[in-house]
Design a protein around this ligand. Structure first.
Ligand SMILES: [Zn+2]
Length: 91
């Protein structure tokens, strides 16, 4: 499977005869892509948490642990308003 990951980057400019500077540019672009991808995943998961929190407000279960039903401490909700579980049942 060695080298297969390269196939996931169709925009990669492999045609140019590689001076060192263009290789560096490709490397930077890949790193930038990975950073953006990571940021996107992080934002998407936060968005999902917020949407779920809004659903819990609708359902009247906001602020209650999704596992045991105990109320989540206010200080925890202030730190993370989308918290779905109490400290005991997080993760
Ligand atoms: Zn709990």
């Amino acid at each position: 499977m060695k080298g297969n990951w390269i196939a996931d980057y169709p925009q990669m400019e492999t045609g140019e005869t590689g001076s060192h500077s263009s290789e560096d540019t490709e490397q930077d672009e890949v790193e930038e892509y990975e950073v953006k991808l990571e940021a996107e995943h992080s934002l998407e998961s936060r968005l999902l948490s917020v949407i779920k929190a809004l659903h819990r407000i609708d359902a009247g279960t906001y602020g209650m642990c999704g596992t045991c039903g105990n109320s989540i401490p206010m200080e925890r909700l202030q730190a993370n308003p989308a918290a779905e579980f109490d400290i005991e049942h997080q993760s």
